[in-house]
Design a protein around this ligand. Structure first.
Ligand SMILES: *Cc1c(COP(=O)(O)O)cnc(C)c1O
Length: 395
């Protein structure tokens, strides 16, 4: 454990000695390549010509009229493969290639990060192994098939609760044994240094574009920028550029599942009892745990938000008071999912629907001139089956 990669008291490098050499190699590679002209040019080209960047900023006119202020959407749902995850996957896969690695390993819960990794593996000619809990794989068959179509090997994990945290353990074990030739492509601003910084770096393209786009449209900054927070990569991606603008409120929205008081949620910050500091999967941060330090089984209708830990940079910015954290329940997200579809003809990912749900609440306190910028992290095709069930059950 060194002082590197610290965000105040959070972050760090909690890894075994066997992994330290690979971690250090990645750290050196990242800081060297992020300034390298050829690397930067190649990544910019991939983002533009393969990914479809820049993504548009859309004025949600109908929603704005209905809710009484100006609502803008940053359209990461239009990025290739349907979510912001591709920004990070392209960046890291390119680093892996420059470092001479032959294979990517990744973990996935819902399958979105696994799909994005499989996609870039195919594009850049790298082998891909994706670890996925058995429970998740059964729930997400279309995503398993997408990964396989793109040539990835899906490795089913049958230990523990057979979900994301067990898949991460297996991926880390694999990396420990094979790190000479493999790169561990981590999907959010989590894990040991340099991952939280590196993933934030690759996602900050969202905020760089959004800041220019909103100035072009409106000639001023928004009153608030709102994004959902799983590990926290799409949120940091859009927030970063606005951190110095002290008048812009930054609000991260966690998944409150069945409600904070039920304990069945993924609100690391909003649950003052279960959300406590601790070390997990390589870094020190806020984690949902009981008083004996046992990890709580989280719940959210949005698989991408359903994780017990949050990125260390969020933990710091929360304790500093620069970012405010709110929450939306399953029910509120499902309602927002339908509102955005009906008003704007945009079907959001259930994760993004959490940001929409809170933004619509926030809008009630705004005046007609106020601007709200929402990061629409992904599209909702993957969630149709789930939402169909939920809506029909209610009828
Ligand atoms: C994975 C995912 C998230 C959550 O991840 P972050 O790292 O918190 O951004 C949010 N939205 C979508 C669409 C996702 O696929």
């Amino acid at each position: 454990m060194s002082g590197k990669g610290k965000f105040g008291e959070f972050g760090g490098t909690f890894v075994s000695e066997i992994l330290e050499a690979s971690r250090a190699e990645l750290e050196e590679g990242f800081f060297r390549l992020k300034k390298n002209k050829k690397f930067k040019k190649e990544l910019a080209e991939l983002l533009e010509k393969y990914g479809g960047r820049p993504t548009p900023l859309t004025y949600a006119e109908n929603l704005s009229k209905k809710f009484g202020c100006k609502i803008y959407l940053k359209r990461e749902d239009l990025l290739h493969s349907g979510a912001h995850k591709l920004n990070n996957c392209l960046g890291q896969a390119l680093i892996a290639k420059y470092l001479g690695k032959k294979k990517l390993i990744a973990e996935t819960g819902a399958g979105q990060h696994g799909v994005a990794t499989a996609v870039v593996g195919a594009k850049l000619g790298l082998d891909v192994d994706v670890y996925m809990g058995k429970t998740d794989a059964e729930r997400q068959k279309p995503n398993v098939f997408r990964m396989e179509l793109c040539g990835a090997k899906v490795k089913i994990v049958e230990s523990g609760s057979m979900t994301l945290k067990d898949a991460i353990n297996e991926a880390l074990r694999d990396w420990t044994a094979t790190s000479k030739n493999t790169h561990y492509l981590l999907g959010s601003v989590l894990g040991p240094h340099p991952y939280p910084l590196m993933v934030a770096h690759f996602q900050s393209v969202i905020g760089k574009e959004a800041k220019k786009q909103i100035i072009k449209e409106e000639g001023r900054f928004p009153k608030a920028v709102i994004a959902c927070v799983g590990g926290g990569s799409n949120a940091i991606g859009i927030f970063r550029q606005f951190l110095p603008e002290k008048n812009v409120e930054l609000i991260g929205v966690e998944a409150a599942g069945l409600g904070i008081s039920t304990g069945k949620h993924a609100s690391r910050f909003s649950d003052k009892k279960l959300g406590r500091k601790g070390a997990m999967h390589g870094c020190f941060t806020y984690i949902l745990q009981d008083k004996f330090g046992q990890i709580i089984n989280t719940h959210s209708v949005a698989a991408g938000l359903d994780y017990c830990a949050v990125g260390p940079e969020h933990s710091m910015l929360r304790d500093l008071g620069r970012i405010k954290y709110a929450y939306a329940t399953d029910k509120e997200a499902l309602k927002a999912f339908q509102i955005l579809s009906k008003e704007e003809g945009i079907i959001p990912a259930l994760e993004s629907a959490h940001a929409i749900a809170y933004a619509l609440k926030y809008a009630k306190k705004c005046s007609p001139k106020d601007i709200i910028l929402i990061n629409l992290s992904g599209r909702g095709d993957k969630d149709l089956e789930m939402v169909m069930k939920e809506i029909r059950c209610k009828k």
